[in-house]
Design a binder for this molecule. Structure first.
Ligand code: AMP
Length: 238
């Protein structure tokens, strides 16, 4: 692997240039943060867990016809991806009520939505990632109406694939966040899909198996992350 110059260092991943102009190297670090960086720790093995899960789920989605930036794993914490021009939006799909939607609106935690709910946030920590609607996205020049429709349809397709996969391994997919970017004239799924960006509950219970274990001190974070990673990658579904 040829890892080039550092391009960007986020809260849990570092991005480097690669030996090819249209490919990047993503390194998953052991850092974990919550509450906009208000809580921070280093947990050994966390980077490898999230890298494993992201790689698995990107490949599962590709198999299901969802184009992603994933190319291959270079080593257990290092992923080679297509270089996207990221759209600064967080597309959140919710099957059941948990987290901010329960804090902001009168839903009871665990309420099952009749249809999945998509909510889109503008990615800007200094503004606390405000929720946007289609008009705001268009006015900001981030996407056209047609692109928004494509992204919404893609988010629902991702939800269908992930929900039925998790169901098959005894896990309820409560919600997740994805990010998209442009590659030539296409919009591809980028970033990561891991326990940091999904809410997963043990099937039929409200027992968290994701970053909420860390956010709310619900137990041994790495024990949960390792257990879920084992169930996902050992599922035999790839
Ligand atoms: P929330 O709006 O906090 O309830 O989050 C909804 C879902 O999106 C949860 O699965 C979160 O883990 C995920 N999520 C929200 N914001 C982020 C973020 N900035 N980074 C990663 N995942 C996020």
């Amino acid at each position: 692997m040829t890892q080039g110059e550092l391009l960007y260092s986020g809260k849990a991943k570092t991005i480097y240039l690669s030996d090819k102009p249209d490919e990047l190297i993503v390194s998953f670090r052991d850092d974990i943060t919550a509450f906009d960086g208000g809580k921070k720790d280093r947990l050994e093995g966390k980077g490898a867990s999230n890298a494993d899960v992201s790689a698995f789920l990107f490949q599962l989605l590709e198999k299901g016809g969802v184009p992603t930036h994933f190319i291959k794993m270079e080593d257990p914490i290092t992923m080679r991806v297509k270089r996207l021009s990221m759209i600064p939006l967080e597309v959140i799909v919710r099957n059941r009520a948990a987290g901010s939607i329960v804090r902001r609106y009168p839903f009871i935690e665990g309420h099952i939505f009749e249809k999945p709910i998509i909510a889109i946030d503008y990615k800007d920590d200094t503004r606390n990632d405000p929720m946007v609607n289609d008009e705001i996205i268009i006015a900001l020049g981030l996407m056209t109406q047609e692109e928004i429709q494509t992204v919404r349809a893609e988010a629902l397709r991702i939800n269908e694939i992930l929900k039925s996969f998790f169901e098959s391994i005894g896990i309820d997919l409560i919600d997740f966040k994805v990010e998209f970017g442009r590659y030539n004239d296409r919009i591809l799924l980028g970033d990561e899909i891991s326990m940091d960006s999904m809410r997963l509950w043990e099937k039929g219970t409200h027992t968290s198996l994701d970053k909420d274990v860390y956010r709310f001190g619900k137990g041994d974070v790495m024990e949960s992350y390792r257990a879920v990673t084992g169930r996902i990658t050992g599922s035999g579904k790839l």
